[in-house]
Design a protein around this ligand. Structure first.
Ligand code: NI
Length: 167
């Protein structure tokens, strides 16, 4: 088990675009395991590899009420989206900040498991928002970038101050 450090906004490494996974090997399985451990230790519902400074298209999500059903998504893509949703979001890379973001209400996501097998998930509610949020991370986008310029500036300043305090 390995709990990895999570990059904190406004770290520029959060803006790197992740590369597709081409090798379904033991290293990928280890990364998936570490992402799950890190997400669970932080009590998150989702975590993208980008957030632990690994720039490969891998994310984990667990929207179950019992927080014991994590799913690994390798090379995820949205193949269909419909409806509108504006749920309040938070992010393990932006601690203490919550705001509403406009997303699809429902998405169909196609991805691979750690062995390379393709699967599809029809998501709505929390899982739908979570998958869209985590897939944004893989493209180097953090949810606060959907907010106004003024809010983004305030959030970045607040987090920089917090980071200075905690060293
Ligand atoms: Ni996030």
């Amino acid at each position: 088990m390995a709990v990895l450090p999570i990059l904190q906004y406004p770290d520029p490494r959060l803006h790197r675009k992740a590369a597709p996974v081409t090798r379904f090997d033991a290293a990928l399985e280890r990364l998936a395991r570490d992402l799950i451990d890190t997400m669970q230790a932080a009590h998150g519902v989702g975590l993208a590899a980008t957030q632990v400074d690994v720039h490969q298209r891998v994310l984990v999500a667990d929207a179950s009420e019992t927080h014991d059903q994590p799913v690994v998504y390798v090379n995820p893509v949205i193949v269909a989206g419909e409806g509108d949703s504006t749920l309040e979001e938070g992010c393990l890379s932006v601690p203490g900040i919550y705001d509403r973001v406009a997303r699809h209400e429902r998405v169909r996501v196609r991805a691979q498991d750690v062995h390379g097998a393709f699967f599809e998930v029809d998501a709505d509610g929390l899982l739908s928002v979570c998958l869209q949020h985590e897939m944004d991370h893989l493209d180097g986008r953090v949810f606060v970038e959907y907010l106004s310029r003024l809010k983004q500036t305030r959030i970045a300043a607040k987090l920089r101050k917090q980071q200075k305090r905690t060293g």
